[in-house]
Design a protein around this ligand. Structure first.
Ligand SMILES: [Ca+2]
Length: 414
């Protein structure tokens, strides 16, 4: 996807984090459907000199001359990768916005149709690893929209460009070396080894070093193939990653809960308490009934006691080892619940800091677009485009140009 809002958002969600997984280019950061010229190798003498020097280090590290030559054949400096890297904006998203972007009803219905044919595979992986098939499917969904956006940028070109550029040179040189090892072991061919602009690959966007350490051949065809149309190895590799990071087999990640009137906390992942304490405080499952005891848990209540709230067990923290943003984890948990047959959230988020609810934000976007100020898809999430549309509208009406929405602005558009 041409850095869509979804991608930008996930980048933001990854934040400053050292996601060992889909690092910056992250999730769904897939390539645009057709790669532009900025993603074709371009002449760059400085890059070529860097590759020549790197070749010595790679050979010292055990890459054969043949593997190196095969790996770099047709690859090269990609200016588009540098552009993407420099244009990452970190904007914080609320949990509500995040869910609207990665787990909308449309995403859920795409997920149901994409997971139906692999239910058996997910069950097999769950039986073998103890990792919930719904959680794996949710990661698949958030990372690559259920395998529909694997990314088409050649990984050797992307990682060598970023290693040469040097801002995180050491990190990307390690990724490049790991990618060359994949060429050497022939798990796939260099031309099939594509991914996001930052080198995250396959159905669940593994960085090459993560691939080296955690990828598995679950299909049993002798190759750890996370690039094929068949997501089996990708999903099983992610399960293996979660197991190795402490996933507790057969246990849930968490549940949506209702907090009692006047609940004062403590909330946040640092405030883990026994289930007995939370029960005594009046916390209940949103679906009704007492909280199941799967060990100590924390509460995430981004909209206060009356809004949606979640009860988070240890497995939630394991999901965050994939991407350390709490919103990411909630997105995965919520999507997993929906894919498992659960309904939408039982409570709604209140108005945001501009005083508008999500429905009103969608209405504002629709009305701006209808008035000739294009906001793109009316998803209720304000990005650069909505902000620009608001500015243009304000300018045209002689209002102070703030780019910030308000109930008054919506009233003017009605
Ligand atoms: Ca395989």
């Amino acid at each position: 996807m041409a850095i869509s809002r979804r991608t930008a958002l996930i980048l933001a969600a990854a934040g400053a984090a050292q996601a060992c997984m889909p690092i910056p280019g992250g999730p769904g950061a897939g390539a645009p459907d057709a790669l532009g010229p900025e993603f074709r190798p371009q002449a760059n003498a400085d890059y070529d000199a860097w590759v020549a020097a790197f070749r010595t280090r790679a050979l010292d590290a055990g890459i054969t001359a043949d593997s190196f030559a095969r790996g770099f054949e047709g690859q090269g400096f990609l200016p588009g990768v540098i552009e993407r890297d420099r244009n990452q904006t970190e904007f914080r998203r609320t949990t509500e916005d995040y869910l609207a972007l990665v787990a909308s009803d449309e995403d859920v219905s795409l997920g149901r149709s994409r997971t139906a044919p692999v239910r058996g595979t997910l069950a097999d992986i769950e039986a073998a690893t103890g990792v919930s098939g719904d959680v794996l499917a949710a990661i698949w969904g958030v990372e690559t929209r259920f395998g529909t956006r694997l990314g088409q940028i050649p990984v050797i070109s992307a990682t060598s460009t970023l290693a040469w550029e040097g801002r995180r040179g050491r990190f990307f040189e390690a990724q490049l070396l790991a990618a060359l090892r994949i060429v050497q072991t022939r798990d796939t061919t260099p031309d099939r080894m594509t991914g996001s602009w930052a080198g995250a690959m396959g159905h669940t966007q593994l960085m090459p070093t993560v691939y080296q350490e955690y990828a598995v051949d679950f299909r049993g065809d002798g190759r750890r193939d996370i690039w094929s149309d068949d997501p089996t190895d990708g999903l099983a590799s992610t399960a293996n990653y979660l197991v190795r990071h402490g996933w507790q087999g057969g246990r849930p990640w968490g549940f949506e809960v209702h907090l009692p009137e006047g609940f004062t906390g403590p909330t946040g992942r640092d405030n883990r308490r026994s289930v007995g304490e939370w029960r005594a405080a009046g916390v209940r499952l949103a679906s009704g009934g007492a909280l199941p005891d799967h060990g100590p848990a924390a509460i995430h209540a981004p909209g206060g006691a009356r809004g949606p709230a979640w009860f988070l067990y240890r497995n939630f923290d394991v999901i965050l080892r994939y991407n350390p943003s709490t919103n990411y984890g909630i997105g995965i948990g919520y999507m997993a619940t929906r894919l498992g047959g659960g309904g939408p959230l039982s409570r709604s988020f209140g108005p945001d800091e501009t005083g508008l609810t999500q429905d009103q934000r969608r209405e504002l976007q629709r009305r701006l677009t209808a008035a000739g100020y294009d906001t793109g898809t009316p998803d209720g999430v304000f990005g650069r485009r909505t902000e620009a549309a608001i500015r243009d509208f304000q300018r045209a009406r002689g209002l102070p140009v703030t780019g910030v929405a308000s109930p008054d602005l919506l009233a003017m558009l009605r």
